[in-house]
Design a binder for this molecule. Structure first.
Ligand SMILES: *Cc1c(COP(=O)(O)O)cnc(C)c1O
Length: 462
């Protein structure tokens, strides 16, 4: 199984190349050459999340790693989860379930993808006898999950840029209270876009790297993160219906990575009814699915900050695979002038959406209402991101049949301010989140200057 770019000018790549490179050379995103097909009868005989992962992950890695090597990696990959089965399923009523993906060390679902990425980064670096710098900008949960996943590996030094902005105090403290010699948290006096621009320049300049050193991207376009997420869709379907009925999944989304993992699981053979694309007021995806209007607007700050984006990077994969039916020149054309010109598909092409996708946009007031209502009705506290997905299920209930799974992407304790504003009370706080209030915050303060930041990385990259 090899990989190629959605834009047609980078192909024949191995899993390891895709892992270490992130974005394709032509600016597109990597895709597997074909969708590997699962044997559902075999999957039915499995039990744990790890069993499922040991079946799914090797379907993508054979071009670079022997299956035995992968199984060994997977035995050590997911660590510090509060639950043995990593993901828990909580039933709300006859037709509604919550898939809790927040039991990892950073209390958000990103631990699933980033711990898998870090485990493969380390394996690859060790066998090439090389080291790497991880550089990322974060406005929410990516930074803490990347730091936590990489800090145990001496082969990797992490530099994470935190913009001024809308993240919660818990989210910030998760990054500023890490005490590890290979982790550097930089508070940048600038916006998320300023930080991303610096990261982008870093990838073209690479001046601070030593010879033979890798610069790794941890953003959600890395295919390995999608693989880690595909596993929990197969796991949830097994536990809830044994693959005997198609399910609906409501996914609170920003960059479309988690939705694309659901779509991928379906393409690999998982029965599926509908995917609910649930967004906050940053509604580019909802405008696309409801109006065929994929146009960039300004980011607005919401109480579900991990979904505050202006464009949804992974959406390009859906344009390529689903709408353009893998015609890369068509996909490249759509993206040639984006975001200057919006993407608008031909009507018959866009109409295909209805086969699988529904979307809903939930504003902050309705998000708070959904949190209150879910607590009152089910005695169950959800975080604001999960509330967006839950509200979308209620609003779209006329259009969906059968059972629905709401993806719970963060633990409510990450957003105590919002819980308080909703007049709700946090009952349990995971251990990993309570300690961050005891530890001192430390971070390096920088203006939004790439030269100063690159100098800092050079100095600390020895
Ligand atoms: C990152 C994040 C999301 C959005 O995930 P995408 O894959 O970018 O759609 C949703 N909820 C939480 C809590 C997150 O951290």
């Amino acid at each position: 199984m090899l990989f190629h770019s959605t834009r047609g000018n980078d192909s024949g790549r191995t899993f390891e190349e895709v892992l270490m490179q992130g974005l394709a050379n032509d600016g597109g995103l990597f895709m597997p050459d074909t969708w590997p097909q699962v044997d559902l009868e075999h999957l039915k005989s499995l039990n744990s999340f790890l069993d499922i992962a040991k079946y799914i992950v090797p379907l993508f890695t054979k071009s670079s790693f022997a299956d035995d090597e992968v199984l060994n990696i997977l035995d050590k990959t997911w660590h510090d989860f509060g639950k043995d089965n990593l993901a828990e399923i909580h039933q709300l009523d006859d037709s509604k379930y919550v898939l809790e993906l927040f039991h990892g060390p950073t209390a958000a679902f990103k631990d699933f993808g980033l711990q898998l990425a870090a485990a493969f980064f380390d394996q690859s670096l060790n066998r090439q006898n090389k080291t790497a710098v991880v550089l990322g900008a974060t406005s929410g949960d990516t930074g803490s999950a990347a730091i936590d996943a990489c800090k145990r590996f001496d082969s990797i030094k992490s530099f994470i840029l935190l913009p001024d902005g809308n993240m919660s105090e818990v989210q910030r403290r998760q990054m500023t209270t890490v005490n590890s010699p290979n982790v550097f948290t930089l508070r940048v006096n600038g916006s998320f876009d300023d930080c991303q621009a610096i990261v982008k320049e870093a990838f073209s300049e690479r001046s601070f790297l030593k010879d033979d050193q890798f610069l790794l991207a941890v953003n959600s376009i890395n295919w390995v993160r999608i693989i880690g997420q595909i596993c929990y869709y197969f796991y949830a379907s097994l536990k809830i219906t044994n693959y005997n009925q198609p399910l609906n999944f409501s996914v609170p989304t920003g960059n479309f990575g988690n939705v694309f993992a659901c779509y991928s699981a379906h393409k690999m053979g998982m029965p599926l009814n509908k995917i609910l694309v649930s967004v906050n007021e940053n509604n580019i995806l909802h405008r696309f699915f409801s109006d065929n209007d994929y146009s960039k607007t300004k980011v607005c700050e919401t109480i579900s900050p991990s979904m505050d984006i202006s464009i949804a990077s992974n959406f390009e994969r859906l344009v390529y695979d689903f709408y353009a039916e893998r015609d890369s020149s068509m996909c490249a054309n759509f993206y040639k002038n984006f975001p200057v010109s919006p993407i608008k598909l031909e009507e018959n092409m866009w109409n295909k959406s209805k086969d699988i996708f529904l979307s809903y946009c939930v504003d902050d007031i309705s998000t708070i209402e959904a949190m209150k209502h879910t607590y009152k009705k089910f005695n169950y506290l959800i975080d604001p991101h999960t509330a967006v997905a839950s509200e979308a299920v209620d609003r779209l209930s006329q259009d969906i049949q059968g059972k629905t799974i709401i993806l719970s992407t963060a633990h409510p304790a990450k957003f105590p301010e919002v819980i308080k504003n909703a007049n709700l009370t946090l009952e349990d706080i995971p251990n990993s989140l309570s300690v961050i209030f005891d530890n001192e915050e430390r971070a390096y303060n920088f203006p939004a200057s790439k030269d100063l930041i690159f100098d800092f990385i050079t100095k600390n990259n020895s």
